[in-house]
Design a protein around this ligand. Sequence first.
Ligand code: BES
Ligand code: ZN
Ligand code: ZN
Length: 509
Amino acid sequence: MGISALRATVTEVTTPLLAVGIFEGDPTPIGDAGTVDAALGGLIRQLIADKEVTGEPNEVTVVHTQGKLPATRIAVVGLGKRADFNIDIVRQASATVALKARGLHVPRYAVMLLGLGQAGVTAEQSAVALSEGAFLGLYEYEQFKKPTEETPTKIEEIVVVASDQADVDAAQRGVHCGEVAARGVNLARDLSNGPPNLVTPAYLADTARSIAQRLGFSCEVFEVDALRKRNMGGIVAVGQGSSHPPCLIVMRYSGGAPGSKTFAAVGKGITFDSGGLDIKPADGMLTMKHDMSGAAAVIGFMQAAAELKLPINILGLASAAENLPSGTAYRPSDIITAFNGKTIEVSNTDAEGRLVLSDALAYAVDQGASAIVDLATLTGGCIVALGTVASGILGNNDSLIETVRQAAEATGERVWQLPLWKEYAEQLKSDIADTKSSGARQASAITAAYFLSNFVDDVPWVHVDIAGTAYYGADQVYYPKDRPYLPSGATGVGVRLLLSIVERWAKSP
Ligand code: BES
Ligand code: ZN
Ligand code: ZN
């Protein structure tokens, strides 16, 4: 699918479908919708008066123009109340229009630059959101499904339209950035939706390697022998029960000036989490192919960062292993030694994510990272605390936490901070090792983060627990129906968040 920007007015665009926005509560359509309304003899105004069109977010109404405009159809899409407007509304509206166009078997359509000037939204920001919304909303995981008659038509071309040349130039940049970010997200979704018999640690490594090769950044994979030699005992222990060996995927993108600081992104890559010897019940295991969503996000982020040629240095680490019970599996009460030399008493083999992260975090410190953000489907406790509405964030540095918060505000990937008070550390005290791997059920998202803090020293660090936000099943208590750019399955959460974080971090690293 292609997306581009075009200079034209709403009455000039020849297209099978042209989308214009209206706000809820405006008594008559104004702006582009007003111009269309006039050309159609007051049709939209009539629909509003008859309450058939309200302007609520994600409402879309298609009318035929019957030769009164060069566009064959107009899609009137709701942008909600002006007072509630934010950039996510544009992302949502764009996905709504894209899905409507697909439903109508329209292979190409045009959309006016939506929400321009509303709540300070610039042409570039609107274009980014339009592009993201369409690419994310149209996503499907189709690798294993043969096409049937119900398989929807592919949208081939989307044109974003503005009448002002400066807006068109900004929109051209915006649609490109949005497309690159969304393709990073969709790559992460493909990896996370992929079945665990396909998406093994080696598959993650191969994927990372081929992206790195294509885009000219470095990718090194530490296989079991290299992990052993480096004393990366956490990754080795978690992976030793599976016939698919574990690995640490080390990606380095050097876009910064020589000698400039490095940002590290670290992802949990458990390609299947059975719980290990502390095996999960069947229900709890069913979604555990998604337990590598953190690693998938880091790989998707690296692809997007390199395609955007960001002017910074990034170390991307994905800790990949499969957590299975077997005669060679690690056991509860084993003591393992992490890369930084700390010894860990394994209290529960289902608390495996923190072990693979321990080596990767310590390695990021060792490699001189100036800031570290890790993404992990780490704890059921985070879902108990925040549901599937937000990711939990915890960290050791207020300024980096604030950066993550602002980034999340911009991308619509909600985060909420949980405290890392020292009282929580009590639960991790071990009589025979430097730390236990897990504590009680209480505050388990926090104790997990506390455990991770053992491996970052004083480097500014934020941990993002994406257990509740990495995938949405239609049966979930909260399913984001209001966000049509999140189809069910893997969300690819974290890719756009990381992009938004480094954009901010780069200004004051
Ligand atoms: N991968 C799970 C966390 C998880 C649970 C993610 C549900 C998404 C949905 C993690 O490895 C795990 O099993 N954590 C345990 C830790 C406990 C044994 C200390 C948990 O949270 O119950
Ligand atoms: Zn687990
Ligand atoms: Zn896990």
